[in-house]
Design a protein around this ligand. Structure first.
Ligand code: FAD
Length: 536
């Protein structure tokens, strides 16, 4: 083929559009994919989703990050409609408890990772003065580093607390926004949700089938391939044959199409992340009420999540099977919860941590747990599903199945996964706990070279400009975790050393004012949720 620069004539393409998509699996990944692609392509593409009635969904996955709001808006979903049907509540932050030994003068180590507003246009209010005076990209986080390193004790100890009013409002159990019609000021916080994953899958199923997605309930027992090795149909136990141009593997950890059929290797991340198992249990609400944040409580063999839904809490213990047994982990979780734990069997899960070498192979794209997974410490799997779907639409193939598009998709997925893996490993890498075999193993465990490099850069505030690549969490989130874990910063950006601190002080004062204003203006989380769930 002539080099594109020298081509005189456009190649005539014989490609035809993808007309039929078959999705195998009806968990969050399957139904979100069906609803998303249906929204993107309407009736031009026929979508069939087949799910087993026998093989259950993972069914946890109850906490999310704020990107989901953009996705739900794209699907045309309204809070007042879907929240009551999925027992949903608001999430403004993750609170990390006991990830290090207590700081002097305190009896417990704790810090927050609040959802910062993102530095995309419109620029969030706290960043505006910096961009106006010092140019794009300079962040309050960098001034925080400068002032803390100078020993200025007026600046709060962690950036999660200093850089936003949310931590204070979470402690007061405030909803992230005022009741409609109350006339109270709206802070415009970038919140996310907790919801019952099984109910969300059902909601999305009704939405997608209502818009024309075909639904087949049966086990896929056979997958056939054509002469090129591409999947041409899946066959169910009842003998139904579902043919398609493109197949989405949403079958969960088993990777029915991508791993079992196409034999794509799975690259484990278990060398870096020791936790490989989980036990999930429903529980009553914490006595503090419906807290507007997820709690991640470090425990002797891993950590326990507490996710407040509207009607109950979802809880679970993520642990390493190298240092404890499933029975002991379940007992530890029940002991932690006390009488709040529901008297039902625990849901024991073996986690497949890592990613497929390629998540898109020939005419099969793996989405959700069949593609990649890291433990839910920052509730990122559903966000990765959203990212995969946005990328898939952007790289959507025609019948030529253009290899360049696939290669770019796979490259972006691996880089997003590895960045996220580093972010999660970072939480562990900064612990000083040595009290149990698990935490000693964590301390001795090597970290990926890419993370070692990043930590060296973070220490000296070498800045990666926000928005320059896919990072689910931007500078202020990184700084919330680093400062929360008492990370030893050594240097603020030299550019910030040359700049006046006046704008930073104004921002900190503004944040302090907002603590008071919104503490008075925002309703209790339960009050807001009761209104939504009652349809008010
Ligand atoms: P699954 O839920 O496993 O669904 C698989 C589907 O495939 C099912 O419908 C099944 O019936 C179907 N299937 C399988 N085999 C066949 C077959 N042969 N024929 C037909 N159908 C078949 N994510 C978050 O975003 N936030 C969290 O807080 C969070 N917490 C988590 C905690 C734990 C312990 C784990 C393990 C995961 C967590 N996740 C979380 C991830 C979340 O659970 C998943 O992202 C989400 O549930 C999507 O799962 P899935 O749809 O890929 O797979």
């Amino acid at each position: 083929r002539p080099h594109p620069r020298h081509a005189t004539q456009r190649r005539t393409s014989v490609a035809r559009p993808v007309q039929k998509i078959v999705i195998v699996g009806g968990g969050t990944a399957g139904w979100l994919s069906a609803a998303y692609l249906n929204r993107a392509f309407g009736s031009k593409v026929e979508i069939t989703l087949v799910e087993s009635a026998r093989i259950g969904r993972i069914g946890v996955g109850e906490a999310t990050v704020p990107t989901l709001r953009t996705t739900l808006a794209f699907l045309g979903m309204k809070e007042e409609d879907w929240m009551p049907r999925t027992n949903a509540s608001f999430k403004s932050a993750v609170r990390f408890n006991d990830w290090r030994t207590p700081r002097p003068g305190t009896d417990r180590h704790t810090f927050y990772h609040p959802f910062f507003t993102v530095p995309e246009p419109p620029v969030p209010s706290y960043e505006r003065p910096f961009h106006k005076r010092f140019g794009r990209g300079v962040s309050l986080a960098h001034f925080w580093t400068k002032l803390r390193l100078a020993g200025d004790s007026r600046v709060r100890e962690t950036f999660g607390d200093a850089g936003m009013a949310l931590q204070h409002l979470c402690e007061l159990n405030k909803a992230p926004k005022p009741l409609p019609g109350s006339g109270a000021p709206d802070p415009g916080f970038r919140y996310a949700y907790h919801f019952d994953a099984a109910l969300m899958a059902e909601y999305l199923r009704d939405l997608a089938t209502g818009r024309g997605v075909r639904h087949v309930v049966a086990d896929v027992t056979q997958v056939t391939r054509d002469g090129r090795g591409h999947i041409d149909k899946v066959i169910t136990e009842t003998g139904a044959e579902l043919t398609g141009d493109l197949f989405l593997d949403c079958s969960g950890f088993r990777g029915l199409l991508i791993n079992q059929t196409l034999e794509e290797p799975f690259v484990s991340a278990q060398d870096w992340l020791l936790c490989d198992s989980a036990i999930a249990l429903p529980a009553d609400h914490h006595p503090d009420g419906i807290r507007p944040y997820t709690s991640a409580n470090a425990r002797p063999n891993g950590w326990i999540w507490e996710i407040p839904l509207y009607h109950r809490e979802g809880t679970g213990y993520v642990y390493s099977s190298r240092t404890t047994t499933p029975d002991q982990a379940e007992q530890d979780l029940r002991d932690f919860l006390g009488p709040r734990a529901h008297d039902v069997p625990g849901n024991h899960i073996r986690m497949r941590v890592g990613h497929n070498r390629r998540s898109w192979v020939d005419n099969c794209v793996a989405i959700g747990l069949s593609s990649c997974f890291v433990e839910p410490l920052e509730s990122t799997t559903i966000a990765l599903i959203e990212y995969q779907l946005a990328l898939l639409v952007l790289h959507f193939p025609d019948s030529e199945l253009d290899e360049r598009r696939q290669a770019r998709y796979n490259e972006l997925m691996v880089s997003a996964f590895e960045d996220l893996r580093d972010f999660i490993v970072m939480h562990y890498a900064l612990t000083d706990r040595t009290d149990t075999e698990f935490w000693r193993a964590v301390r001795e465990n090597p970290i990926p070279d890419s993370l070692a490099e990043k930590l060296t850069e973070y220490a000296e505030s070498v800045i990666i400009p926000d928005g320059s690549q896919l990072r689910l969490f931007e500078t202020r989130s990184l700084w919330a975790i680093l400062s929360g874990m008492d990370f030893a910063f050594t240097k603020a950006p030299p550019s910030v050393e040359l700049m006046s601190d006046e704008a930073a002080w104004q921002a900190f004062e503004q944040i302090d004012k907002e603590r008071e204003i919104y503490a008075a203006a925002l309703p209790d989380n339960r009050t807001y949720l009761e209104a939504v769930h009652a349809g008010r």
